[in-house]
Design a protein around this ligand. Structure first.
Ligand SMILES: [Zn+2]
Length: 504
């Protein structure tokens, strides 16, 4: 937490305890029965309190400062040693940390070991691989942040990717990150075997999305994804908020990032971040036989090697442009809805509707009047997104032609293109950072100010809309639009270069 956050947020100490320790405390609670969402799984009626019992709780903590150790292993690339792929997983856990983080860490080590075996056989990647075992993630991403800040200039010049993993378990492929990598992730998922069913992890994910949309939810997003899945189109990467070590790379330095894991069939529930996150528990529930650890290592390993050895960095931009188009339309729609809601509320207040509706023997005050929602001038944002879409579809078409061998690049053209592609994500960060939190510099992906790990896309606009700060929302639009316009310009340059490639 920054000082600013610490002042504005209430902090409540939290300590996970076992069910047998919790039982007498829960039994001692009286008062109303807890709403369904608040009830746990023990055989008792949950009440919200208060009750007769007094509890004396003593917690012993040590407050020593101690050093953290990141372990960094570098394998220099044979052809492009100054283009780096950084791969990381944290190693520190709150107690034993079997699920969080060692399930992911073990998979990363297996992947590194497999690459080591290739190297022993004489193979070398074209680009440089940097493997990082982070320390101090749990108390605030300390190890990765210090390393990313210490090497900021070099990373912004050389890094083409940061690939993160953390916890991993039985279930479905779950990937978040830069949408320019969405196509590649889908391609790789098609080649990885799901340990429980034998189909590809892509096929299994598609099945889960379609079944989930049918069984569970009326959410627009789920139905949109289900339609994509049934059409055989790519699944959409989640936008990254925070909660693991990708944050300094993506949101502070503007390096294209991915967070890759399997999950969704076993809920960590109460063991998360507690003394009960043990090897025994993980093996029994998290990933029996560690089969999904293998799937994870295969998925991340393939991603690493495909990018490390690609002649042209395998970024594609159509999915990113379409995603931004959906998100910017969503912001526009939200603002219009809030405007008509506020106007409607004002009319009800003017007509004394709430006063007439209330029970005179138990009067309830009417809701407070809401500020009028001004027009926000979404035009410049929508223009920028359109420019980006045009450039994206132009680049992707030229890339397809090159990929299928219909055009050839000289080594000099390739070098120039790779340099442009490497810098694309950095077009989305601004040196002054986001309003009120200058360390976060990415204008497309950021955690919400008050949503914990949860993401807010186009945060300089979304954050003020959510808190009805209309002037701030209006000033966030042109700043965001300018970055997207610059991004589109650089992408047009890349597209022109690729279109200039000669026929074979
Ligand atoms: Zn973790």
């Amino acid at each position: 937490l920054s000082q600013r956050d610490a002042k504005t947020l209430m902090t409540i100490p939290v300590l996970p305890i076992s069910w047998s320790d919790a039982l007498p405390l829960l039994r001692a609670l009286e008062g109303p029965v807890a709403p369904p969402d608040w009830r746990g799984g023990l055989a008792l009626t949950y009440h919200v309190g208060s009750g007769p019992a007094r509890v004396h709780l003593m917690v012993k903590s040590h407050w020593r400062q101690q050093p953290l150790y990141n372990v960094i292993a570098t394998l220099p690339g044979s052809e492009l040693p100054d283009e780096w792929l950084v791969r990381g997983n944290h190693r520190d856990g709150w107690v034993y940390g079997a699920w969080d983080p060692l399930s992911g860490h073990v998979a990363m080590m297996a992947e590194a070991k497999a690459i080591g075996a290739l190297v022993s056989g004489g193979w070398r990647p074209k680009r440089t691989l940097v493997y990082a075992s982070w320390d101090g993630e749990e108390p605030g991403l300390l190890g990765s942040t210090e390393w990313a800040e210490a090497h900021a200039a070099e990373l912004q010049q050389k890094a083409v990717l940061y690939l993160n993993s953390d916890e991993n378990s039985r279930g479905f492929l779950d990937v978040g990150g830069s949408h320019t990598l969405q196509r590649l992730v889908n391609d790789v998922a098609r080649t990885i075997n799901d340990p429980q069913t034998g189909v590809s992890t892509l096929a299994r994910l598609r099945a889960s999305i379609q079944a989930g949309a049918r069984q569970r939810s009326a959410s627009e997003d789920l139905h949109f994804e289900a339609k994509l899945a049934s059409d055989g189109a790519d699944f959409t990467l989640d936008a990254l908020g925070t909660g693991s070590d990708y944050t300094p790379f993506l949101q502070h330095l503007g390096i294209a990032s991915l967070n890759v894991q399997y999950d969704g069939e076993e809920d960590q529930g109460g063991v998360y971040h507690s003394a009960y996150d043990t090897y025994e528990h993980y093996l029994r529930f998290g990933d029996p036989g560690l089969a999904y650890g293998v799937a994870e290592a295969q998925t991340t390993g393939h991603l690493m090697l495909r990018i490390a050895n690609a002649e042209l960095l395998p970024l594609q931009f159509g999915a990113f442009a379409d995603y931004l188009d959906r998100k910017s339309a969503e912001l526009h729609r939200m603002t219009d809805t809030k405007r008509s809601d506020a106007a409607n509320l004002a009319r009800l207040l003017d007509d004394k509707t709430f006063a007439l509706a209330t029970d005179p023997t138990r009067p309830v005050l009417p809701p407070a009047r809401e500020a009028e929602v001004p027009a926000l001038g979404f035009g410049v944002l929508e223009d920028a997104v359109l420019a980006l879409r045009t450039a994206a579809h132009r680049y992707d078409a030229a890339y397809q032609r090159w990929l299928s061998g219909q055009s050839l690049l000289t080594p000099a053209q390739r070098q120039q293109l790779n340099a442009l592609l490497r810098g694309m994500e950095q077009q989305l960060i601004a040196p002054q950072g986001l309003p009120g939190r200058d360390w976060y510099k990415h204008y497309v992906y950021a955690p919400g100010m008050l949503t914990g790990y949860g993401v807010k896309v186009l945060p300089a606009i979304r954050e003020p809309i959510d808190s009805a700060r209309w002037e701030d929302a209006a000033s966030g639009i042109p700043v965001t639009a300018r970055l997207l316009q610059n991004y589109a310009l650089q992408l047009q340059q890349a597209a022109a270069l690729l279109e200039a490639a000669a026929p074979p």
